[in-house]
Design a protein around this ligand. Structure first.
Ligand code: ADP
Length: 254
């Protein structure tokens, strides 16, 4: 069984993981809590360039542990692509998975963050809170098994029992790769292609230097809107992108 925690810093993931693991072990379940902080905190300092290694090695640890044990992933798992990678690991070993979404109001997260010495700037937590894509909003496979408000009381024993019940069921995850990968692949292709179009326009002088910033912004907005669609057609999207840019350039030249 793979238990994927999702929640912003300070929501209570580490506390929850440790307590849940203790209760599960009382039910004779061999469970391990893993998360990227284990590796991250093994470096004396933090650098962005370590992050790729941190991500990969955490995945390797989870991969290895899943062969033998229940795994609780104590991480923010902020993007649904992170959740998808984890679910694909469960799939690899034919294991069940459960997303547990921990939530708390922003003021509580900030309060807890300050109490911990504000290692993460409050501003970062605010931004994460605003941008956070709640699990299950876009994809069925991403729906939380449980959503827990950590400002309220919750019964860990009851949660453990529910997880044990779930672990006995046949896992279902067919839709994960099909839908999402196709969608993401097209988005990746469109991302690359639109970058290329802009750089060609700049090289050819079609976009004036002082307008580059606007066009870059336009591309971002375009991709954002596209992401919200269920079905994306590559050619149609690229056509629309060119049209949008051309219109913008023409208006500037009038
Ligand atoms: P995270 O792993 O999500 O960053 P932690 O488990 O480290 O969160 O908890 C952050 C802070 O909030 C800690 O000081 C912890 O003691 C406190 N905390 C955790 N869970 C709760 C809870 N259910 N109610 C109140 N405070 C909590």
């Amino acid at each position: 069984m793979l238990i994927i925690l999702v929640g912003l810093p300070g929501v209570g993931k580490t506390t929850f993981s440790k307590n849940l693991a203790k209760i599960l072990s009382k039910f004779n379940i061999d469970v391990i809590v893993l998360g990227s902080d284990l590796i991250r905190e093994s470096f004396p300092v933090w650098k962005e360039q370590y992050e790729e290694f941190i991500r990969k090695s955490t995945q390797l640890l989870i991969d290895e542990a899943l062969k033998k044990y229940w795994v609780i992933v104590d991480d923010t798992n902020y993007y649904n692509s992170m959740r998808r990678d984890l679910i694909n690991l469960a799939k690899k070993y034919n294991k069940n998975y459960a997303i547990i979404y921990l939530k708390a109001p922003l003021d509580i997260l900030i309060k807890r963050n300050i109490e911990r010495g504000e290692k993460i700037p409050n501003e970062v937590i605010k931004k994460m809170y605003e941008k956070f894509d709640e699990p299950g909003k876009k994809y069925k496979w991403d729906e939380p098994f449980l959503t827990i408000d950590t400002t309220k009381n919750f019964d860990l024993e009851d949660i453990a029992k529910k997880l044990i019940e779930k672990s006995k069921k046949t896992p279902k995850y067919e839709e994960v790769e099909k839908n999402n990968n196709k969608h993401n692949n097209i988005l990746d292709e469109i991302d690359k292609k639109t970058r290329k179009i802009i750089s060609e326009y700049i090289k050819s002088g079609k976009i004036k230097k002082d307008k580059i910033k606007d066009i870059v912004e336009l591309r971002k907005e375009f991709l954002k809107k596209l992401k919200k669609l269920n079905n994306i057609d590559f050619d149609k999207a690229i056509g629309e992108f060119k049209e949008t840019i051309n219109k913008n350039i023409k208006n500037e030249n009038l």
